[in-house]
Ligand binder design. Structure first.
Ligand code: PGA
Length: 251
């Protein structure tokens, strides 16, 4: 049995005051015990969130990391060992906003994924196709190549302590959600690709769906066989909505 995971990606949102409010609201929520819950604040607010949610059920992750675990001369970056020191347990790797807007390559994604694991963070590897790629019928090729880059470089075993998130780019922040069937098709393909290399790793791998997940759409998505939770952007900034999504993952 795979334990569902709901991860809230706060992106570049929040001030100390609004983050304090959100922490307080999250502290009031009761999350289903069977669901793992994590939030990914902006780096500036990681310490505040770790302190505010201390001893609670919610884990804290980072949205990005350096390509190395060790501290060093790399202006503006955060070593994965520093993220661990700050209280992070997970890190997003290869989010499409970083791949497409900031030009993050598969090579960088691989190095970040490896640096996360060296330091003991769980990488959440984000994969997804653009609208043009979907319309061209290339979805499974694109997602498969992004996944293969990591498997080829780091071995399929590296996925035993990782999470994958399928996030169709056309569904992120657009209000367009993949249908449960569209998402399931890609999730099943991801799992089959991993299974070709290692069936056990594949059956234990949690594959999250991301892209305009809302409380109203969550239950149906999470009801699909290969969807093991969600990576939630916009809706994770609203504690009630986020709580409802977490409850949907528990049903
Ligand atoms: P969204 O973002 O839920 O706002 O679409 C998801 C993500 O990019 O992780």
């Amino acid at each position: 049995m795979r334990r569902p995971l709901v991860a809230g990606n706060w992106k570049m949102h929040g001030t100390r005051a609004s983050v304090a409010e959100l922490i307080e609201e999250l502290r009031q929520l009761e999350f289903p015990a069977e669901v793992e819950v994590a939030v990914f604040p902006g780096s500036l607010h990681i310490a505040q969130v770790v302190a505010g949610l201390a001893a609670g059920a919610v884990k804290v992750g980072a949205q990005n990391c350096a390509v190395q675990a060790e501290q060093g001369a790399l202006t503006g970056e955060l070593a994965t060992s520093q993220l661990v020191d700050a209280g992070c347990e997970l890190v997003l790797v290869g989010h499409s906003e970083r791949r497409l807007i900031l030009g993050e390559s598969d090579e960088a994604v691989i190095r970040k994924f490896a640096a996360a694991q060296v330091a003991g963070l769980v990488p959440v590897l984000c994969l997804g196709e653009t609208r043009e790629q979907r319309e061209a019928g290339a979805t499974l090729d694109v997602v498969g190549a992004q996944l293969a880059a990591v498997i080829d470089a780091l071995g399929v075993e590296s996925l035993a302590k990782a999470v994958v998130a399928y996030e169709p780019v056309w569904a992120i922040g657009t209000g367009l959600t993949a249908t449960p069937e569209q998402a399931q098709q890609v999730h099943a393909a991801i799992r089959a690709q991993v299974a070709q290399a290692d069936a056990e790793v594949a059956s234990g791998l949690r594959i999250l769906y991301g892209g305009s997940v809302k409380a109203a759409s969550a239950a149906e998505l999470f009801g699909m066989q290969d969807i093991d939770g969600g990576l939630v952007g916009g809706a994770s900034l609203n504690a009630d909505e986020f709580g409802a999504i977490c409850r949907a993952a528990g049903n």
